[in-house]
Ligand binder design. Structure first.
Ligand SMILES: Nc1ncnc2c1ncn2[C@@H]1O[C@H](COP(=O)(O)OP(=O)(O)O)[C@@H](O)[C@H]1O
Ligand SMILES: [Mg+2]
Length: 274
C-alpha cells in the first residue's frame, strides 16, 4: 500500500456531469465528450499509487489534468467518481472538521504563483500554519527560523513579499510548506515561473533538503528535464488519462506511446520546454 492511493478517479467539469461520466466510462475521449456533452474531462479513470518518502512527479502538457489531479489530494477538488486514500483512509469521507485538521497536519501545498500573504512578513508567512494549529509564538518562531535558514533566506525574516525576487518568494513558499511539518507536500508547477538558473538552484535545494527529510512530495511539472532531474517516479498525463508511470530511465528508454516519445525527442534535440 502506498502513502497515497488514487483509485479510478474521474473528474468532469460542466453541467452534464453524469452524462459525461458515463461517456468517459464507455471509453469516449476528451474531445468527443466535449463535443457531445459540452463537458470538459479533467481526469479520466486515473489510478495511481504514490509511495512514502519519495518525490513523485506528474508531468503532461498544459490542460492534461495535472492541477486537477494534485488538487484531489487535499480535496480542493472532489472527484465525480473514485477514491483518494491517505495511509489507507478515504479522505472523501472526512467531516469538515477532520478535513481542516487534515489540511493543517498532513498535507501542505506550494503554488506556482507563490500565494504568499502580502501584508505579512517572511517570518509571519512561514509560521502561519503552525500558528493556525495553535503553536505558541516563540516555538513557532524558532521553527520558522530553522526553515528560513534551510532555504537560505536568513536576514529576510522581516521583509514583505513585494521586497523579494520571484526565486526568493518561492523559497518562502517552500519554507512555509516545510514549517507546516506535514508528511506530504504538493508542489504544482512550483518552479515553472522562475528563470532557468534560479529554477536549477531551487531543484538542487529541494533535492538536498529531501535527502534529510524524506517527505512524500508530489511535484507537478510540464518539463521533462525537471521531471527527470528530481523524480524518483514519473507519471505522465494526457487528456486526463495516465499514459505511463515509471522510473526516469523507463520513460527515457521505453516511452509508452508517441506522446511520451515526443517529450523525449524534444529533449534530445535540445528544444526548450515552453
Ligand atoms: N474549474 C474548471 N472548470 C472547467 N474546466 C476545468 C476547470 N479546471 C480544469 N478544467 C479543465 O480540465 C482540464 C485539465 O485542466 P488542468 O488540470 O488545469 O490542467 P494542467 O494543470 O495540466 O494544465 C482542462 O481541459 C481544463 O480546461
Ligand atoms: Mg496546472
Amino acid at each position: 500500500m502506498g502513502k497515497i492511493e488514487i483509485r479510478n478517479v474521474y473528474k468532469i467539469f460542466g453541467h452534464q456531469e453524469q452524462v459525461a461520466l458515463e461517456m468517459a466510462r464507455n471509453g469516449l475521449d476528451k474531445d468527443e465528450i466535449l463535443k457531445q456533452s459540452g463537458c470538459s474531462v479533467g481526469l479520466n479513470n486515473v489510478s495511481l499509487t504514490i509511495g512514502a518518502g519519495k518525490i513523485f512527479v506528474i508531468m503532461g502538457l498544459s490542460g492534461s489534468g495535472k492541477s486537477t489531479l494534485v488538487r484531489h489530494l487535499n480535496r480542493l477538488i472532489e472527484p465525480s467518481s473514485g477514491e483518494v486514500l491517505f495511509d489507507g483512509d478515504n479522505i472523501l469521507g472526512l467531516s469538515p472538521k477532520a478535513l481542516r485538521s487534515f489540511r493543517t497536519h498532513r498535507v501542505s501545498m506550494v503554488f506556482q504563483s507563490f500565494a504568499l500573504m502580502p501584508h505579512r512578513t517572511v517570518m509571519q508567512n512561514v509560521v502561519y500554519g503552525q500558528r493556525v494549529r495553535g503553536t505558541e509564538k516563540q516555538g513557532a518562531k524558532r521553527l520558522g527560523q530553522h526553515w528560513i535558514e534551510a532555504v537560505n533566506l536568513s536576514g529576510y525574516e522581516n521583509k514583505y513579499p513585494h521586497e523579494l525576487s520571484g526565486g526568493m518568494r518561492q523559497r518562502v513558499g517552500l519554507a512555509r510548506a516545510l514549517a507546516a511539518d506535514t508528511d506530504v507536500i504538493l508542489m504544482d508547477e512550483a518552479f515553472s515561473a522562475l528563470d532557468p538558473l534560479i529554477r536549477a538552484e531551487m531543484q538542487d535545494q529541494l533535492l538536498q533538503l529531501q535527502k534529510e527529510l524524506s517527505k512524500t512530495i508530489v511535484f507537478i511539472t510540464h518539463d521533462l528535464e525537471e521531471a527527470l532531474r528530481i523524480g524518483s517516479e514519473i507519471a505522465i498525463l494526457k487528456d486526463g488519462q495516465l499514459v505511463q508511470v515509471g522510473a526516469p530511465a523507463d520513460i527515457l528508454n521505453n516511452p509508452a506511446n508517441d506522446y511520451v516519445a515526443r517529450f523525449v525527442q524534444r529533449r534530445q534535440i535540445g528544444v526548450q520546454a515552453e
